[in-house]
Design a protein around this ligand. Structure first.
Ligand code: GAR
Length: 216
């Protein structure tokens, strides 16, 4: 069976993209990164991709008259690079229902909270304000409603005394870098499949999709 051909959409730093690129360097990893696409010219991640010989494409949303035109250009670039599965990795544009339909069940996102808690922005600030004792991250299939969709995998980290939004974000980000490659691997191996509006995990992978990360 061939590898899953992945395109990664970013807007900035791209550390999750980098984690996927690094994971895919292992010849045994069942997915390959065909291109990295950013909607901002200053997205740092583009440089990282280029340095590793991965096609790095800028599709600047400001250069298009409408969201529809921008997203059509994104899809064109993805198809040009042979992509058949899309990972949003810190892509800070809300994607339209048309784009989501075009990539139905072939479009996933990573979000820095344990969904369905803390959809949207400022997840860490809000979690700290609520005094939660576990925080984390989620990889999910994308649906029209923001930060909603069948959940592939989640990782939890403790919230520690004295945490700031930055310290909590850093702890969660470390978990994200493990979780995203895991989720892509399970999907590529056919061990995580959307059934109805839930992701079914193959029994042999069941203990991989819920992860606990230690404090440090
Ligand atoms: C990550 O923490 C990701 O979960 C979050 O943005 C950060 C991107 O970092 N995504 C969202 O908040 C999406 N709603 P990165 O560019 O270093 O991967």
């Amino acid at each position: 069976m061939g590898k899953l051909k992945v395109g990664i959409l970013i807007s900035g730093r791209g550390s999750n993209m980098a984690a996927l690129v690094e994971a895919a360097r292992d010849p045994g990893f069942p997915a390959e990164v065909c291109c990295v696409l950013a909607n901002r010219p200053d997205a740092k991640g583009l440089e990282f991709a280029r340095e590793r010989g991965i096609p790095a494409v800028l599709v600047d949303h400001k250069a298009y008259p409408s969201k529809a035109a921008f997203e059509a250009a994104v899809t064109d670039e993805l198809l040009t690079h042979g992509v058949d599965f899309v990972c949003l990795a810190g892509f800070m544009r809300i994607v339209s229902p048309t784009f989501i339909e075009r990539w139905h069940n072939r479009l996933i996102n990573i979000h820095p909270s344990l969904l369905p808690s803390y959809k949207g922005l400022h997840t860490h600030e809000r979690a700290l304000a609520d005094g939660v004792k576990l925080a984390g991250c989620t990889v999910h299939f994308v649906r029209a409603e923001m930060d909603v969709g069948p959940i592939v995998a989640q990782a939890a980290v403790p919230v520690l005394a004295g945490d700031t939004p930055d310290s909590l974000a850093a702890r969660i980000l470390t978990a994200e870098h493990h979780l995203y490659p895991l989720a892509v691997r399970l999907i590529a191996e056919g061990k995580a499949t959307v059934t109805g509006e839930v992701v079914e995990i193959a029994p042999e992978a069941a203990d991989e999709t819920a992860r606990l990360f230690s404090a440090r």
